[in-house]
Design a protein around this ligand. Structure first.
Ligand code: PLP
Length: 385
């Protein structure tokens, strides 16, 4: 039996609120939000069932369709990227369905885990962390694993700094199974590096506001193509909050099924406008340049990249911690003494690598300062090229 204490709760003694220090935030999400966009969020609240919100939602949706390169609806949900993973599974499949999960790291594993939790039969195709999924190897596994209903794959694996060739993977999947539901986790890639949902024949693509969109965390954007919307009609997995039918019915009215995070919409609305001003191709070019820059500087420092190949990510770089250096101590020094905030490794890479995010709003001087400070602190800790 569980007993419930019936005591009054005293006013808690807590740490006082403190100003947030200015930092050079270089983790792969949340990413820096330009001051203009932060200010936009200070606007007053509006009725989410009123015309002002509808206008924002219509504008944001159309612009997201452009960045996704899809004629299909892009739905928005108050959630982090993981909500996109869960929404895709819950809306597409039925208990016992067989899916293939291609994983090249932590987030690919998470998507497979969610599918398993929802009662799907999951066949995993694993690649060593740091490598991209080889389309030919995938083709072989698909043949051996048929029949299957869907394929789950990560576009940019944030835990390893590797970008999969989704166009090539989509081709081999279609050759093997023209009706397969191709689900792409594009949380840390969309809006930064090329991804074309319709031209590449992808069924579901989702992303998160805090990665490449110059917007704070809290909004998940997910597009479902015709094949996916058809599958959704018969998919029996339980869902309510992430239900696409509810979302689409409301979207037609320029509304959300539930109360949307209005301030985040203010932010995304302006962010998309700024991104359009900059231009998609220019944004891609900038991310490639920044990726090349970080990799080049790391190598010049004598450091080894986890992914030193053409599939190295242009949104996040994973660098092996040199022999004799303690990753956590180094990251602490950089944070406390330089205000440079980097990410460590996840899962099997914990303590072995550190990661530099260069997606979304990236100020070149800040990226240069990151590498400068890294060099100083590594040297201080005894590192020699
Ligand atoms: C960040 C991320 C996610 C989701 O993480 P949240 O913390 O839930 O936003 C999922 N997939 C990839 C590839 C990511 O980078």
């Amino acid at each position: 039996m569980t007993t419930q204490t019936r005591k009054a709760i005293a006013i808690p003694q807590v740490e006082p609120r403190k100003p947030i220090p200015t930092q050079n935030l270089r983790v792969p999400g949340p990413t820096p939000v330009p001051a203009r966009i932060l200010e936009e969020m200070a606007r007053p609240m509006i009725n989410h069932r009123g015309p002002e919100f509808s206008a924002i939602l219509r504008r944001v949706t159309a612009r997201l369709q452009y960045f996704f390169q899809t004629a299909s609806p892009v739905m928005t949900f108050p959630a982090s990227g993981t909500g996109g993973q869960e929404a895709a599974i819950a809306n597409l499949f039925s208990t016992g369905d067989h899916v293939i999960a291609i994983s090249i790291g932590n987030f690919g594993d998470r998507l497979a885990t969610i599918a398993g939790k929802f009662g799907l039969k999951v066949t995993k195709i694993d690649f060593p962390w740091g490598e991209a999924a080889d389309p030919e190897v995938v083709a072989g596994h698909l043949k051996a694993s048929a029949p299957y209903k869907g394929v789950l794959v990560t576009h940019n694996e944030t835990s390893t700094g590797v970008t999969n060739d989704i166009e090539a993977l989509s081709q081999v999947i279609r050759q093997n199974n023209p009706d397969a539901l191709i689900v792409v986790d594009a949380v840390s890639s969309l809006g930064c590096v090329p991804l074309e949902m319709d031209p590449w024949d992808l069924d579901v693509v989702f992303t998160g506001s805090q990665k490449g969109w110059m917007t704070p965390p809290g909004l998940m954007m997910i597009a479902a193509g015709p094949r996916a919307l058809e599958a959704n009609k018969t998919a029996n997995l339980p869902r309510f909050y992430f239900d696409w039918q509810l979302a689409l019915k409301n979207l037609e009215k320029g509304q959300h099924p539930t109360t949307p995070p209005i301030s985040l919409f203010y932010a995304l609305d302006l962010a998309l406008e700024l991104m359009l001003e900059e231009g998609r191709e220019t944004i891609f070019q900038r991310h490639k340049q920044d990726g090349d820059y970080v990799r080049g500087r790391a190598k010049a420092l004598g450091l080894r990249l986890l992914a030193d190949h053409p599939n190295a990510s242009n949104t996040v770089s994973a660098i092996l911690t040199p022999e004799g250096i303690e990753t956590k101590a180094m990251l602490k020094k950089l944070r406390e003494e330089d205000g440079v905030v980097l990410a460590g490794g996840q899962g099997q890479l914990d303590g072995k690598i550190f990661r530099i995010g260069h997606l979304g709003h990236v100020v070149e001087e800040e990226l240069a300062a990151t590498l400068d400070r890294l060099e100083v602190r590594l040297t201080e800790l005894g590192y020699k090229k």
